[in-house]
Design a protein around this ligand. Sequence first.
Ligand code: PNW
Length: 458
Amino acid sequence: TDDRTGTGLALFPPAFRWGVATAAYQIEGATAEDGRTPSIWDTFSRTPGRVHLGQTGDVACDHYHRYAEDVALMRDLGVDTYRFSISWPRIKPDGTGPVNPRGLDFYDRLVDTLLAAGIDPMATLYHWDLPQTLEDGGGWTVRDTAHHFAAYAEAVYDRLGDRIRTWTTLNEPWCSAFLGYGTRDQAPGRAEPASAFLAAHHLLLGHGLAARALRAAGAREVSVTVNLTPVSPRDPQDRHDVAAARLVDGLHNRIFLDPIVYGRYPADMLEHTARFTGLDHILDGDEELIGAPIDFLGVNYYAPTHVAAKVGTPSSDRFPGTEGVEHPDPDLPVTGMGWPVEADGLRRLLVRLARDYPSTPLMITENGAAYPDSAEDGRVADAERVDYLRTHLLAAHQAIQEGVDLRGYLAWSLMDNFEWAYGYDKRFGLVHVDYDTQTRIPKDSALWYSGVIGRNGL
Ligand code: PNW
């Protein structure tokens, strides 16, 4: 086929974007500098028992001070795109109200440094660091937060819109809503299923309002990133297993995808939501707002999901209302997170998205794996990560061959960083970070990935 040269290379389309991703709280540190106020992650990480060894993002990778060195690492990798996030409490210390110019100055410097290195900056406006003052007023369970988010998005655009082409409103609203408000796994650490559904709606509304505001202000590319997983029934012939898979697919994927792409919640998900919250929080016109046009959908993929029906199984906290659904061990190899590895899950997911949401171009905005790497004599031999990336890139390539409009691939992550509730224990980076010295060492996977980028294929 066209993509294969005589050398047997799986080549990607000529305009395919190659990059790496990070998030503000995971790398920046400097949590009390230049007028930044606490976010829900500062509060959460200081709450005993929430984060591994009580670790926090106070210093993290010290990227706030070392961003120039980090941009140089990216230039050496050869990436054309860098996905980073902007810290809301740096920009609006009260969550709402006046902007803090010193907070914007940091991203101004970062963006100029990226552009000078020939790297396209792609900004995510919300990667989980809600200003604590807004959480004190109810956080994402209240409607006002969506409006505050849109106002914050506009303020960032005012300052950086002349240089940032690609904007992403939210990162992974499923995690914010269900892990933040439903299970206590993430900030703000509430375990209230009803709140999780309220949060999901207000996050989506915030996305729609912000997308509309960005577009009106002149943004060239607007997107949102969701974490998706293909959900497979243990026995595709068993109608109970199939129904279980459809429910979990609804709660993980469709409850976000349908309103974003079509401006309409799936009927079964409205019914499911109503069991917890009623539907009074969904006002006339909300779904249409959520369906604001996007230029592409960001997809974060890490692992597949396998489910089966089993009478008497209690609901999992992550998917409220899934009594009778079990999550059998899929018997696959796992990463350092314990997450199953199945590259074909990525192909299946992309093909399904192209089938069910055909007019929406896709970009993989995160994919990667944590393994317990260590540096020896200036080298990090991370063969497992290379294998993970290689098999997933081949799966993405296969999906393109099957007709999927996939625009790019961004590896998670540029460097080891604060892995949320796991602290610094889990290493997802292409670049190793020594947290005592802040020394960065590109791992074998970084060298391998830069070869892939250079050849536009593997
Ligand atoms: C994503 N889950 O988080 C985030 O966008 C990143 O900030 C994070 O570092 C990366 O993936 C690796 O974890 C997720 O439990 C966290 O299903 C948890 C889940 C999914 C994604």
